[in-house]
Ligand binder design. Structure first.
Ligand code: GRF
Length: 190
């Protein structure tokens, strides 16, 4: 079985990266991580990659003169890695339409809401403020508009009375860690 080659793009903690690392540790899982790229130096996700012996790189967007130059370097690194699928996992840079279209149907993201509701940042605060009974998370193919694109997998969780953004985030995150590997498996086996 040829395993689907994943590149994982991160900016921070990397708990979703960890869920993919853990899934790929099973030789029966139909994917493997060939590269981790962070746009932020010294983040926890890079330590997770190192612990798992996965090749990792920092491409710091602050060292580039504009998005195009940053993305040209990112594209070169992804091409070098021979990744089949690019997984955004807490990657906090907006990507240009050119980049997104170049990777069309080979670029996925995880977002901590039931898309198309609550795109963007500070999702959990907004969900609680709106008095929603449910929230959740979504893995989707990336299209040029932020947090849009065909949905691959979703999980729903209740919003409990007394929830804070932190308690709701933790409940949603536990589901993120389940559905991201499931979505990758679904793509690999399609
Ligand atoms: C997750 O909630 C993810 O849905 C969002 O950013 C957060 C990243 O967390 N896009 P981590 O870095 O994977 O721990």
């Amino acid at each position: 079985m040829a395993r689907l080659k994943l590149a994982v793009l991160i900016s921070g903690r990397g708990s979703n990266l960890q869920s993919l690392i853990d899934a790929c540790a099973d030789p029966e899982f139909p994917a493997e991580i060939v590269s981790v790229i962070s746009n932020v130096p010294d983040v926890q996700g890079l330590e997770r990659a190192a612990m798992a012996d996965i090749s990792a790189a920092v491409i710091d967007h602050r060292n580039f003169d504009g998005r195009e130059a940053f993305e040209a370097t990112l594209n070169a690194a992804l091409d070098d890695s021979a990744a089949d699928l690019v997984c955004l996992a807490g990657f906090m840079r907006l990507l240009t339409a050119e980049f997104v279209n170049r990777w069309r149907d080979r670029l996925i993201n995880i977002h901590p809401s039931l898309l198309p509701d609550y795109k963007g940042l500070h999702v959990h605060e907004r969900v609680i403020a709106a008095g929603e009974a449910f929230s959740g998370c979504t893995v989707h193919y990336v299209r040029p508009d932020m947090d849009s694109g065909p949905i691959i997998k979703q999980a729903k969780v209740p919003v409990e009375p007394g929830d804070t953004a932190d308690t709701l985030a933790a409940r949603v995150l536990a589901q993120e860690h389940i559905i991201y590997p499931e979505a990758v498996r679904q793509i690999a086996e399609a």
